[in-house]
Design a protein around this ligand. Structure first.
Ligand code: SF4
Length: 90
């Protein structure tokens, strides 16, 4: 008898990014999340606030030192400040 088909394991890189399948921003364009300098990030942050994977997104951005755009509801500057605060607690 054949073994039941198993779901193939994700390759490490795919597994690391699998949370992005639920990304609310994937349903919009990137323009909101990568605004021109000086443009508002309010709409992007609003959508992030509704996104189920906000925490995973933010941690990914912090871990991978994403320098541009809104990730996990925080702008570049806000992520930089969060990293500094976390580093100060060590
Ligand atoms: S938290 Fe924001 S940037 Fe991250 S996946 Fe969700 S909508 Fe996109």
């Amino acid at each position: 008898m054949d073994r039941p088909a198993e779901r193939p394991a994700l390759a490490p890189a795919e597994a690391e990014l699998s949370w992005q399948e639920s990304a609310l921003c994937a349903q919009t364009g990137p323009e909101l999340f990568f605004p021109e300098p000086g443009s508002s990030t309010r709409e992007a942050k609003f959508l992030c606030g509704l996104c189920d994977i906000r925490e995973a997104c933010l941690e990914y951005a912090l871990t991978h030192d994403e320098r541009f755009g809104v990730w996990g509801g925080l702008s570049e500057q806000e992520r930089y400040e969060l990293k500094r605060r976390r580093a100060g607690r060590r």
